[in-house]
Design a protein around this ligand. Structure first.
Ligand code: ADP
Length: 523
């Protein structure tokens, strides 16, 4: 309902109440006037009978005489006026009327007028006039009654007046709503609303043309000022954004140069040492001063160092030319099985126990099995290297289902493989760098710093993610998440509850829960 119509409705209800109250009070007043008039008439009639009443009191049968006088007087009055003697204990024609308080007949010594319906339902005015008593005829009251002709008229008149007043005000209100509400409120409000919509859509142009000099006019002016401010702020934000984009571009360029520099430094560092060895040994052989045994050993060293260089180049090529994975449906649990079997001898050699808790149902995903094996191998090798070979060194591998965490799209089902070790952990400042190429904390010749960057690239190519969390001195957890194969998703939804229960009971988790002092870095 429109605002103006609502206001008019409230106004009309209030008016109705006031007019109703006024009509009621008017009717009451007219009723009182009619009663007073009737009482006056009754008093006049009784006064005109005073002589006759005196002779009645002196007569032998005053009651009968009085009734006779009253009948005669009644017949002289208009047909509808009635008079009769009413006595407290009287019966028949002198019985007190029902509905009249008894004290009006018994004790009241002054005239009383009452308006009430007679037995036929017609509204009548009754005036009770007390008369002095004698020894023979101690007490009595004369009832003078007449129909209250004006009662219906009064009600009718009053209702008519109220109806006319309400109709008039309703018509007036309609005119106010039509012309005042629509022209003065509705039209400018419509303009304001469409302007607000326009602002909501980001268009601050075209100021509002509000000519009114009232609250709505002031609101229009305020909206125009707001649009101007928003316009200039947007201009400022656009300029700042452009500057930021330029800065980000420069930073990216600088970052690319620094990565390239680090890459070059890494290559130089990794290849420099074996190349020096190769060059030194080759020089020795070329000098011809070596014995045949020394020449053979130098040649073997040259071979070993060349293999090392070839290995570095292979890793670099893996990193650089990762290309599209050759993906097929595969059971991730089976891939973990194979990798664990392959890595067990190395782990045992280093006194490390590998515990793998596999899920009952297969973990189907569309992956390049060779590449995923490479990722798992890399993570397990790193975990083994992070331990000192003491008793109790353990790598715990478990699997469960999870959901993707990209807030911009609907979550999808993922398989999660956790590889948890209780090794020396990763320093917090290193967590952001471990996925960079050539970042390594290992000694020269022990690590190339390419393993995690290659693993990260592979998992990213599979639309998955790698998460890492670590507590220095306590251990590290790497989690590999890969999307569930669509055909398997429905099945997994049914089984997910069961899987979660299994995972939570089987998994041995040596790390504190997220939210503690653990350092985390998600890729
Ligand atoms: P590399 O193993 O050749 O050093 P990676 O890219 O595989 O290269 O690893 C980079 C670095 O990340 C490692 O040098 C090591 O400092 C750290 N790292 C990786 N995995 C672990 C782990 N499980 N525990 C402790 N540190 C780790």
């Amino acid at each position: 309902m429109r605002l103006a119509a609502k206001l008019v409705l409230v106004y009309l209800i209030g008016l109705l109440l006031i007019v109703g109250l006024f009509s009621y009070l008017t009717i009451q007043n007219e009723r009182r006037l009619a009663a007073a008039l009737h009482q006056q008439q009754a008093a006049d009639i009784i006064a005109s009978m005073s002589r006759k009443l005196e002779s009645v009191y002196r007569s032998v049968h005053p009651r009968e005489e009085l009734q006779q006088v009253l009948r005669q007087t009644t017949s002289l009055q208009t047909k509808r006026m009635k008079m009769r003697l009413v006595e407290p204990g009287g019966s028949g024609s002198s019985a007190p009327p029902p509905g009249v308080p008894i004290d009006v007949i018994v004790t009241q010594r002054s005239m009383t007028t009452i308006s009430m319906p007679d037995p036929s339902g017609e509204e009548r005015l009754y005036t009770y006039v007390p008369i002095a008593g004698t020894k023979e005829f101690p007490r009595g009251t004369i009832e003078v009654s007449a129909p209250d002709n004006t009662a219906k008229d009064r009600l009718h008149r009053s209702l008519m007046r109220s109806a006319i007043a309400i109709l008039g005000v309703t018509v007036l209100s309609g005119v106010v709503v039509l012309f005042g509400g629509i022209l003065m409120v509705g039209k400018p409000l419509k303009q304001l609303i469409s302007k607000v919509h326009q602002v909501g859509e980001g268009n601050f142009d075209g100021p509002l043309d509000v000519k009114q000099n009232d609250e709505l006019g002031r609101l229009g002016v305020a909206i125009n000022q707001m649009c101007e401010q928003l316009k200039s702020q947007r201009q400022k934000i656009d300029e700042e954004t452009a500057a930021r984009i330029a800065t980000v571009g420069q930073l990216r360029h600088a970052d690319r140069l620094s990565t390239l520099g680090r890459l070059a430094a890494g290559v130089a560092h990794e290849m420099g040492t074996p190349l020096n060895v190769v060059s030194g040994r080759a020089e020795l052989i070329a000098s011809g001063e070596l014995s045949s045994d020394q020449t053979r050993r130098s040649a073997l060293t040259i071979k070993q160092e060349s293999d090392r260089i070839a290995g570095i180049i292979r890793s670099l090529l893996d990193f650089a030319r990762r290309g599209n994975p050759n993906r097929d449906r595969a059971d991730l649990a089976a891939l973990v099985d194979e990798t664990v079997t392959m890595m067990r001898p190395l782990a045992e050699k280093k006194n490390v126990d590998i515990r793998w808790t596999r899920t009952e149902s297969p973990m189907i995903s569309k992956v390049d099995s060779g590449q995923i094996r490479q990722v798992l191998t890399n993570l397990i090798v790193n975990a083994i290297s992070a331990m000192d070979g003491q008793a109790g060194d353990t790598i715990t591998i478990s699997a469960r289902s999870a959901k993707s965490d990209d807030p911009s799209v609907a979550p999808i089902e993922m398989h999660q493989i956790d590889i948890v070790d209780n090794g020396h952990g990763i320093e917090e400042e290193h967590l952001e760098s471990i996925f960079e190429p050539f970042f390594t904390t290992k000694d020269v010749g022990e690590g190339t710093g390419l393993g995690l960057s290659i693993a990260h690239g592979i998992i990213e190519d599979h639309e998955g993610r790698i998460e890492v969390s670590s507590v220095l001195g306590e251990g590290t957890r790497f989690s590999v998440l890969l999307p569930v194969d669509e055909a398997d998703e429905i099945l997994l939804n049914q089984d997910s509850q069961q899987l979660l229960e299994n995972a939570s009971t089987d998994r041995v988790d040596p790390l504190p829960t997220p939210g503690s002092s653990r350092s985390e870095y998600n890729i």
